[in-house]
Write a protein that binds this ligand. Structure first.
Ligand SMILES: *Cc1c(COP(=O)(O)O)cnc(C)c1O
Length: 434
């Protein structure tokens, strides 16, 4: 039997991040100031973010050096494995070759520490003592909690109320890593109080929790800054460590992906895996089909408008040109909490407009079905978010079975589902609705 795991030694860890903006066919549209609606300047973002992250937001350099302290922490679990899903291929009886990049091996169980660590590092370098943030299912909150702990920074997390109630274990994980966790909407901010006044039973949303975290940073008198787990150019940049490792690992496997697939909430894990390959293509190299998968209940890329919108509910963040369902959209309480966001990364959105990626929306029961098939063959329970990528990887492999094509499929297993077993239990009990 051919090789199963493709493992890079630690000294092959890439030492730079890759910036797709350098290779885009057209410059990105500028972010706009929420008050004046004029293009924002780096100075406008200083109240929110550390300087180095602001520079990364605007940079058009092709590569950005990864600081040594960040590389040292990455080495606690990176390089992550690239795995050939032999058993899944056999079960599907497909001529396709399926590979997945397993980001579930990180300390928080997902790709999110790839950006949490540099964000906490740059905050520490800038002398910032406190970071505020929001979290949906708790993946991002637990990643930032750990990163802040590594660098001795206080971490305050606003957690979407429905997840706070449904997912006590991730809340516990955040507390274990040293963060304080508040259910959103809360009484601590004006945005939270307004939402509770309008609807005392509000389940909350990511957009609303972002408003609270941003407000908490803006009213801190400079002591606290805000951290965002997806969407921003700098976050996508940090995640490209995934795809750069995968490029080296695909070389070890003497293969190259025809199709690259990722679940898309704000777009960061999809981008992290796909951008290094898309960059090759944009520079005249081998083309890939890149597929971003979203829930049909929150169909940002497939059905959203491509327009300027706020990143949060209250309109405190800059406006970005992106695919959006509207900043007051409250998505249904599906189990893939990390995919319940009204907007999409501006870079991922621009790629869709340039026809450089395909977007697909899938219903959650079909995703859990795929997740169970994957678990029964590969022994890894995917996070509900990641099952969206698994679903499309399986669909593409089944299409190869029809046509007899031996395509190479690479997907992002963005996280494990060990904290999401209630979702699987609901699925088996037939309680999930599409
Ligand atoms: C947060 C999350 C996602 C979605 O976020 P992106 O920014 O689109 O990557 C996907 N999978 C997992 C496991 C997550 O935690």
């Amino acid at each position: 039997m051919p090789q199963t795991k493709f493992l890079l030694p630690e000294d092959s860890l890439p030492t730079t991040w890759y910036n797709l903006v350098a290779d885009l066919p057209k410059p990105l549209d500028p972010m706009l100031h929420p008050g004046t609606r004029e293009p924002i300047t780096p100075a406008d973002l200083q109240a929110l973010f550390p300087q180095e992250l602001i520079s990364q937001e605007f940079t058009t350099e092709r590569t950005v050096d990864i600081p040594g302290a960040v590389l040292d922490l990455y080495k606690q679990w990176r390089p992550s494995p690239l795995v050939r899903a032999h058993r899944l291929e056999k079960a599907l009886d497909t001529p396709a070759r399926i590979y997945f990049k397993n980001e579930g091996v990180s300390p928080a169980g997902s790709h999110k520490p790839n950006t949490a660590i540099p964000q906490a590092y740059y905050a520490k370098q800038a002398g910032i003592g406190r970071l505020t943030t929001e979290t949906g299912a708790g993946q991002w909150g637990s990643s930032l909690a750990l990163a802040c702990q590594y660098f001795g920074i206080v971490c305050e997390v606003y957690m979407v109320k429905v997840s706070y109630d449904q997912k006590p274990y991730r809340r516990g994980l955040m507390q274990t890593f040293g963060a304080s966790v508040t259910a959103s909407p809360s009484e601590l901010t004006e945005a939270g109080r307004a939402a509770r006044a309008a609807d005392p039973n509000s389940p909350g949303s990511l957009g609303l929790a972002i408003s609270e975290a941003v407000e908490a940073a803006l009213t801190s008198g400079g002591d606290a800054k805000y951290a965002l787990g997806s969407v921003l150019n700098s976050v996508l940049l940090h995640q490209t460590i995934i795809g750069q490792e995968a490029q080296l690992q695909m070389e070890m496997a003497e293969a190259y992906p025809d199709i690259v697939i990722g679940a898309a909430g704000g777009g960061s894990n999809f981008a992290g895996l796909a951008f290094p390959f898309l960059g090759e293509q944009l520079r005249g190299g081998r083309p890939v089909r890149a597929i971003a998968v979203e829930p049909s209940s929150c169909p940002t890329l497939t059905q959203g408008q491509y327009d300027y919108d706020f990143g949060d509910t209250a309109g405190l963040t800059p406006l970005t040109r992106m695919h959006t369902l509207g900043h007051d959209f409250v998505p249904p309480s599906i189990h893939a909490g990390g995919l319940r966001y009204h907007g999409m990364s501006p870079i991922v959105s621009a790629l869709k407009e340039h026809d450089l990626l395909e977007a697909r929306a899938v219903p959650q029961t079909a995703c859990f079905e795929a997740g169970v098939t994957f678990a029964r063959n590969q022994g890894i329970v995917p996070a509900p978010e990641s099952t969206h990528a698994v679903r499309v990887a399986i669909d593409e492999a089944l299409a190869c079975k029809e046509t007899g094509e031996e395509k190479t499929i690479l997907f992002s297993l963005s996280g494990h589902g060990h904290f999401d077993m209630p979702a699987y239990i609901d699925y088996f009990a037939g309680k999930l609705k599409d």
